[in-house]
Write a protein that binds this ligand. Sequence first.
Ligand SMILES: [Zn+2]
Length: 206
Amino acid sequence: MMKIQEMNKVDIVYKILAAMGAFFIMIGLTVSAIFTAIEGVSVFALIPMLFVVIGIGFVLGVAIQKNKKRKILRKGKKYAAKIYGYVKDTSILVNGSYPTNVKVHYFDEKHVEREAIIPTGFPTGSSQYAIGMTMDIYEYKGKYSWDPASVRNEVLKGEAELMDDKPVEPEKLNLIAVNCPNCGSSFQAAKGYASKCPYCGGYINA
Ligand SMILES: [Zn+2]
């Protein structure tokens, strides 16, 4: 029996940030109301409003991030991909540990094998699903998302090719210059593969 975690770490962080935002807004409004009740309308009532502004910033930030994720699912191209492995994203720290992301292999629309890291944000060290399972991924402008409900045991056509660990022939690699989305460093990466940034340890899907 497989254990499926409903919420990943990143979602939990979003929840905490949104709750903090709501709390800040509430405190700001309450204190501001108390000031106004005691002093009447004065500039002092504006000071707690600073909390409201910070709170709105938190809530807005979470909404923007969530919307980005939804946009990939809505507008992105869907592929059935094989879970090939797990990588630890050492570029961000979530609750004091590094999140684990899924490495997938899939065929793109030209039937070219591709590799990508899907930002699943599982707790450190977890391999939520067995290697070789199939999942639906969505790609939109080079960014990836996935559907947790889609993870299944389906056998894909040509999946032996996707799952083998063939040595990559250097002459087949198409090296391109990339900028790390995390730290901004530029380095060379093989197109169609996931690469680890040598500077910060973050992953990029080239
Ligand atoms: Zn980097």
